[in-house]
Design a protein around this ligand. Structure first.
Ligand code: NAD
Length: 486
């Protein structure tokens, strides 16, 4: 386990975490977690079964009414403590994320800080519960509106931000008074289990947060969604799996929040500050080696500056240090697994086959582990599959445009609508273009949109609901109206 702090790592939780206890899987099954930098096994983790999933719902149910009745101030202080513990253990957590996900330490440290902020933000939101009282138009009664915890929540998270995708759900759920069962991605269960331990140390009572790693995710999640005690599903992952889960959730008419795939356009107008646009492009493309739902997937650059933009982006991309995420000098770590490398390579080959040119990269480096070279593609034809699909890797395809209408048409020509970026020196144009984007979020002269205080989420097939900000808490609350005779 390299130079990871042994006190932290030798003591990792690798069982299921149900009802405040570490327990093996009901059938004794386990699965391996690998280090993407080497392909070697780093730990073996309990593989939850359907019976374990029901046991987790039992535990969440046992804890539900007392947690919902806990004073908001007490829930706030527990979340605040969780923020402080995460901050104290930030370096160990970053190394753990890097170990099982592969991302460079610099990205892992950023993720831990971002993830911890969700606990701080929701500790502050927990005590801001708002309802309303109004006089009915007839004057005969009063309309009292309350917000109540939605109930037991199933949280399903992806591998690309193993800490932040968990805290972005657990923070508001706990603040709202809900109990949860977290099913982390099988590539990265160790970080989720480490979060369970932090939450317990912060004072979260047994059963309020349960963590259920499971390779048979379909069967395990389906069993929970068909248990009438479960009232909410919050899913972050691919649109493909999101569609399946929306159908599953329909049987019990379960409240759903869906954070799904993206295909972000990144527009650069000729009047933009080119230095800022290149800087923003590097952040929007290369944070997490491109393995982000918010990653810029398609660069649309005004023809008159496209040559210079491409040259300068290629220069920056070729100067990046690729290597094991746990090494301090690394800027770009490996991708999460072999399938991820194969998919990126197939998209790059597909683009080159139809006429694109790789001005830098375009290859898997010759070394063990799951690496792909930072790549810039120019002359990408508009029908290349790489412009339609989420790349999820360090590849920047560049396409040119001639005017604003064409840029908007190209940007919106996708079934996704998570985030869009625009660089321009003209504020009015920036706002006009932002309004014309079919996306839940916009980066205006900024390559990073994620912020715990802001509502994160997509439109079209990128999802339903928002996480983060005040809005993120509403997703874990039901509105109840009491008609009061006056
Ligand atoms: P994925 O859809 O394969 O898996 C996500 C989670 O769902 C994992 O925990 C997985 O084990 C589980 N899962 C898979 N099949 C399932 C099934 N049939 N039933 C129940 N659960 C199932 O996605 P991934 O590969 O882990 O993550 C990458 C995807 O996540 C990308 O599409 C990315 O855009 C998206 N993502 C979206 C956001 C967002 O906020 N919009 C954030 C991060 C990642």
């Amino acid at each position: 386990m390299g130079d990871t702090n042994p006190e932290f790592v030798s003591d990792l939780l690798t069982d299921l975490y149900i009802g405040g206890k570490a327990v093996p899987a009901g059938d004794g099954g386990r699965f391996d977690v690998q280090d993407p930098a080497t392909g070697e096994t780093v730990a073996s983790v309990a593989d939850g079964t359907v019976d374990d999933a029901i046991a987790a719902v039992d535990a969440a149910e046992r804890a539900a009414s007392s947690w919902a009745a806990t004073a908001p101030r007490e829930r706030a202080e527990i979340l605040r403590k969780a923020f402080e513990l995460m901050t104290e253990q930030a370096e160990d957590l970053a190394r753990l994320i890097s170990l099982e996900n592969g991302k460079a330490l610099i990205d892992a440290r950023g993720e831990v800080a971002y993830a911890a902020e969700f606990f701080r933000w929701y500790s502050e939101e927990a005590v801001r519960g708002a309802g309303s009282v109004a006089t009915a138009p007839s004057g005969a009664n009063r309309i009292v509106v309350l917000h109540r915890p939605v109930g037991i929540c199933v949280l399903v998270t992806p591998w690309n931000f193993p800490a932040a995708m968990a805290t972005r759900k657990i923070g508001p759920a706990l603040a709202a008074g809900c109990t949860v069962i977290l099913k982390p991605a099988s590539d990265t269960p160790l970080t989720a289990l480490a979060m369970a331990r932090i939450l317990a140390a912060a004072g979260v009572p047994p059963g309020v947060v349960n963590v259920l790693p499971a390779r048979r995710s379909g069967a395990v999640v389906s069993a929970m969604l068909h248990d009438p005690r479960v009232r909410k599903l919050s899913f972050t992952g691919s649109t493909e799996v999101g569609r399946v889960l929306l159908r599953e959730a329909a049987d019990q008419v379960i409240n759903t929040s869906m954070e799904l795939g993206g295909n972000a356009p990144f527009l650069v107008f000729a009047d933009a500050d080119l230095d800022a646009a290149i800087e923003g492009a590097m952040v929007a493309k290369m944070r997490n080696a491109g393995e982000a739902c918010t990653a810029a997937n398609r660069f649309y650059v005004e023809s008159s500056i496209a040559g210079e933009f491409g040259r300068r982006l290629a220069e920056r991309m070729s100067a990046l240090t690729v290597g094991p995420g746990t090494e301090e000098a690394t800027q770009v770590g490996p991708l999460v697994n072999q399938d991820a490398v194969d998919k990126v390579d197939e998209l790059v080959r597909g683009a080159v086959d139809v006429g694109a040119e790789a001005v830098v990269g375009g290859n898997r480096p010759d070394r063990p582990g799951f690496y792909y070279d930072p790549t810039v593609l120019v002359n990408v034809p508009s029908d290349a599959p790489i412009l339609r699909e989420e790349i999820f890797g360090p590849v920047a395809p560049i396409v040119t445009f001639d005017d604003e209408d064409e840029a908007i048409r190209l940007a919106n020509a996708t079934e996704f609508g998570l985030v869009a970026y625009v660089y321009t020196g003209d504020l009015a144009r920036g706002l006009r273009v932002s309004e014309r984007f079919e996306s839940g979020m916009v980066g205006l002269n900024r390559g990073l949109v994620s912020d715990p205080a802001a509502p994160f989420g997509g439109v079209k097939q990128s999802g339903i609901g928002r996480e983060g900000g005040h809005e993120g808490m509403l997703d874990y609350l039901e509105t109840q109206y009491v008609a009061v005779q006056w």
